[in-house]
Design a protein around this ligand. Structure first.
Ligand code: IMP
Ligand code: MG
Length: 179
């Protein structure tokens, strides 16, 4: 796998420090609120697993799956809820955990949909943000790192379902996706 990586963008150590910081911040902000932390599958599963272990207050975890990208490298604009989360959100505080914010289409759509369900509050926590690619606006409450407009893999992020298990974040060699 390593031979397909052009350069390492974020080391395991940098990621761990940032996740600890966000976990501490969420713990302070949601003290006494018992938030529901919803991971958007599959890209955020590793970030989610580390993040919830950095949160020191009681919380509920849940999972949701949406389809947007297919196997290519750019967003289709089409968003579909493939797997919804389980519990009722009526009066609860939701924190949506995403791997990367790119065009913003997925999250823009999802946040709109979730706002109709009667939650007390909804906040977005994204591991990475690629602001150069934004097409629709999305409000972010917690952000790990801002990244350049390159195709990024590792720490949960894939190209064609591969590289999710890399423990760091790297830029994929353009030759891999045929550019
Ligand atoms: P958006 O709707 O364009 O914001 O797309 C967000 C989704 O696209 C993310 O949840 C990822 O699954 C995927 N994505 C966007 N950029 C990258 C990238 O650089 N590497 C891997 N997946 C990406
Ligand atoms: Mg994703």
């Amino acid at each position: 796998m390593t031979k397909d990586i052009e350069r390492v963008l974020l080391s395991q150590e940098e990621i761990a420090a940032k996740v600890a910081e966000i976990g501490a911040q969420i713990s302070r902000d949601y003290e006494g609120k018992d938030p529901i932390i919803v991971s958007i599958l599959r890209g955020s599963f590793i970030f989610m697993a580390d993040l919830v272990r950095a949160i020191t207050i009681p919380c509920t975890v849940d999972f949701m799956s949406v389809s947007s990208y297919g196997s290519g490298t750019s967003s289709s604009g089409e968003v579909r809820i493939v797997k919804d989360f389980e519990g009722s959100v009526e009066g609860r505080h939701l924190i949506i955990v995403e791997d990367i914010l790119d065009s913003g289409r997925t999250l823009n759509y999802l946040m709109k949909t979730l706002k109709t369900r009667g939650a007390a509050s909804i906040a977005l926590c994204t591991f990475l943000d690629k602001p150069d690619r934004r097409v629709v606006p999305v409000e972010v409450a917690y952000k790990g790192f801002t990244v350049p407009d390159s195709f990024i893999v590792g720490y949960g992020l894939d190209y064609d379902q591969k590289y999710r298990n890399l423990p760091y974040v790297g830029v994929l060699k353009p030759s891999i996706y045929g550019e």
